[in-house]
Design a protein around this ligand. Sequence first.
Ligand SMILES: Cc1ncc(COP(=O)(O)O)c(C=O)c1O
Length: 390
Amino acid sequence: MGHDLTTTHIRLSPIPLHAERGLRLVRGEGSYLWDDQDRRYLDLMTNYGVNLLGHNHPEVTAAITAQAATLTNAHQSFDTPARDDFLHALGVLLPPPLTRISFGNSGAESVEAAVKYARVASGRTGIVATHRAYHGRTFGALAATADAKYRDPFAPMLEGFRHVPFDDLGAMEKVLDDSVAAVIIEPIQGEGGVRVPADGYLKGIRDQCDARGILLICDEIQTGFRTGAVFAFSREDVMPDILCLSKSIANGLPLGVTVTTEAVSDRVPKGSHGSTFAGSPLVCAAGTATLKLVGDDEIHRRAAQAGEHFIEKVRGLGLPQVREVRGRGLMLAVELKKPATPVIKSMQERGVLALPGGGTVIRFLPSILIDDAQLDEGVAAFVSAVRQSG
Ligand SMILES: Cc1ncc(COP(=O)(O)O)c(C=O)c1O
């Protein structure tokens, strides 16, 4: 006999890990979300960059629905058509040396695998990351993440990780020696405030790594598919040895992948890494439907244009409260001369959801299918919120 749920007196409450938004979301469609009062919100945060194609995209929803009615789960020791289709859809987008993949369920897991593969493939233990880097909250990913507020409560961190200033090739060069297995880098820092490095930075790191037999891990968990190109690394004609993708890759279902070369993969011992749920047919079906859509160059051309439209529009306003407007494609930020949180809160009251990206930065990670009129609606809410805040 099961529990009689009507007699349960204990209601679980979440450990208070997150700043409450005070909204109860019930449905989404395209670039909009609705709360339990049927109030509509323009979603310019897409769950930290997850809903790349907006909410409830018909093709992704159809794929999930069909797969849910067929087979949701199958361990990776079995083949399954849904996973094969995903491998094909991602393979079409990847440059040739990146032919090996493993599955996880989140961005952090994708990074976790990348760090493990770098260590085992190189026989070295050092990992170099950058100041303000964000790579996730599991212990390996956390050790690569820079911010003390995420690290300090859980010290000690894993050994062998170092951080150098971002966008500073001189600082990078100084720490690269033959104890370093890999450099891990976000081509554009996301959580760190949408920091776009100078042209040539990524290429410079690649060259420094090549000179010392060090692997390059590109964490494209946030940049992937949203900077006006499929991958941000391709802009500089750089090839990572290991590529981390997650967030938007299945438009809302939990999927993280770690892609690498045959040379790295050949040194990863069989059975040394894995996860029960990873690569399930259900998430793969969502991933395939998403990737089929993001294979269209026109989408990326549009996202690049939309990002430029946003940047020009906000810069053109000449708001005295704004320090800088930056980003690429639909990974955007406005840095204020004052705290961002009150402005984000006031935007929410005006029906627009945005994100912080550090103390004074408002971050925008909308769907790449958003149109200019919707972006203008977001800008209007931002302008009135920032003006009201003084
Ligand atoms: C660049 C980057 N790497 C890793 C992660 C961690 O992903 P997850 O939150 O899915 O573990 C994030 C999440 O924000 C991210 O932006």
